[in-house]
Design a protein around this ligand. Structure first.
Ligand SMILES: [Zn+2]
Length: 352
C-alpha cells in the first residue's frame, strides 16, 4: 500500500509517496525523451503510455496520444502540459530518473495526486541533510513545534474573529453599527472574493470560519488557558522515515482516505528534519498550514490542498476558488492578521 501524504517542504506541501508503488515496479526509460533527448522508440512509447494514463486534471493529454514510439510536437506538448500542471515548469523533456518520470510514477502509483503541485525540482537546493535519525535534533524539533502551539492558537483565534467581523459586514449589507469594512477588506485581500455574490460570500466566509474553528478545537485540547502547552494527546510525531523522506520536506499529514500499513496515522502531524534550523515563526506558519490539511474533510468539494505557496510567491496568482481550498492561504492570512505583515515578509521576502 502506498502512503499518500500531504507534506510541507520549504517549497510547500505535496502529496508524497513514502513507500513507492510496487505495482509492477516504477516505469523507467533508458534515455531522455522529448526535446534534445535520444528518443529511443521503446522509451517514447513508455512515456506516451504513462502520459495517456494521467487523468486530465493531473495534466494528462486530451485527446490521448498515439502510442507509436515516435517523438513529435504532440508528445512534446503533452510532456510540457504535464510538467506545467505538476511541476510548475516545462522543458518538454523527460530524463531517466528525473523529476518528470518520478512524478509520472508517483501519480501512476497513487492515482491521487492533485494538479498544480510543485515537483521534486521545486525543492530548494543545497539544504540536503544527511539521512538517519538524530535524537537531539528530533527532541528539539518536537519542543520547538510545541512552543509554537500558543502562537498558532493566537493566530487561529484572531482569524476566527476577523472572519466573523467580515461575515457581519457582508450580512448587514456593508452597513450597520457593528460592521467593520476593514475586516472584510483584510479577508478579501487573502481570499479575493471580488465578484462573488452576497450569498456565496456568506457561505464561503462560513466555510473559512469553520475551518479555523476546527483548528482551534484541536489547539485548545493541547494548550492551557494561559496559552502554554498542556497534556493533551500529542499532535506531533517525528517522521518515522528519515532515510526515505526527502530531507527538504518539513512536515506532512497522512491522508485518512487511504489505508496506511506503514505505521503512520492520519491523526498526527509528522515533523521531518527539513524543519531543523527553521525560525519559530516558520514553525508556527507550517503548523497552521498543516492544520488546514489536518482538519479538512478530504471530500473533493471541501478538501484543503496545496494550490500555491508563499515560498514560491504562487499565492498571488491563485483565483478565488483555489484560495478557499489552499492551505497556505489560511496560514498566511492567519499569521499576518495576528502578527503583522513585517513578520510574514521576514519569512517570505517575495511577499513584500
Ligand atoms: Zn500543504
Amino acid at each position: 500500500m502506498v502512503a499518500v501524504c500531504r507534506a510541507n517542504s520549504d517549497s510547500g506541501c505535496r502529496l508524497i509517496s513514502i513507500t513507492p508503488s510496487k505495482k509492477g515496479g516504477a516505469a523507467t526509460i533508458s534515455a531522455a525523451v522529448g526535446v534534445g533527448g535520444r528518443n529511443l522508440a521503446a522509451d517514447v512509447r513508455t512515456i506516451q503510455e504513462m502520459l495517456n494514463a494521467m487523468p486530465k486534471t493531473s495534466g494528462g493529454p486530451t485527446p490521448p496520444l498515439a502510442v507509436d514510439g515516435l517523438i513529435g510536437p504532440r508528445t512534446i506538448a503533452a510532456i510540457q502540459r504535464f510538467q506545467r500542471t505538476q511541476l510548475g515548469w516545462a522543458d518538454g523533456r523527460v530524463d531517466p530518473g528525473g523529476p518528470t518520470i518520478t512524478r509520472l510514477n508517483v501519480i501512476a502509483g497513487t492515482g491521487a495526486a492533485k494538479p498544480g503541485l510543485p515537483g521534486l525540482a521545486d525543492f530548494d537546493k543545497g539544504e540536503a541533510a544527511k539521512g538517519g535519525s538524530n535524537p537531539i535534533l528530533e527532541a528539539m524539533r518536537l519542543t520547538t513545534m510545541t512552543i509554537s502551539l500558543p502562537d498558532a492558537k493566537i493566530a487561529v483565534t484572531k482569524a476566527i474573529g476577523r472572519v466573523e467581523q467580515a461575515f457581519s459586514f457582508v450580512m448587514l449589507g456593508g452597513g450597520g453599527l457593528t460592521s467593520d469594512p476593514a475586516s472584510f477588506e483584510i479577508v478579501d485581500r487573502h481570499y479575493l472574493f471580488k465578484n462573488a455574490g452576497r450569498e456565496q460570500t456568506l457561505s464561503e466566509l462560513q466555510f473559512i470560519a469553520t475551518t479555523f474553528r476546527r483548528m482551534k478545537t484541536i489547539l485548545d485540547n493541547r494548550t492551557s488557558v494561559f496559552g502554554g502547552p498542556m497534556f493533551g494527546r500529542n499532535l506531533f510525531e517525528i517522521d518515522p522515515f528519515p532515510d526515505k523522506t526527502d530531507p527538504r520536506i518539513k512536515a506532512y499529514v497522512p491522508r485518512s482516505s487511504v489505508e496506511h500499513d506503514d505505521g503512520v496515522t492520519p491523526n498526527k502531524i509528522y515533523l521531518c528534519r527539513g524543519l531543523d534550523g527553521q525560525t519559530q515563526d516558520r514553525y508556527t506558519h507550517i503548523l497552521i498550514h498543516e492544520m488546514g490539511h489536518f482538519v479538512d474533510d478530504e471530500a473533493p468539494e471541501t478538501e484543503i490542498v496545496d494550490h500555491g505557496y508563499a515560498f514560491f510567491n504562487t499565492l498571488k496568482t491563485l483565483p478565488h476558488d483555489k484560495r478557499l481550498h489552499n492551505a497556505d492561504t489560511y496560514a498566511i492570512f492567519a499569521f499576518e492578521n495576528a502578527f503583522g505583515k513585517d513578520r510574514v515578509v521576514k519569512m517570505f521576502p517575495l511577499l513584500r
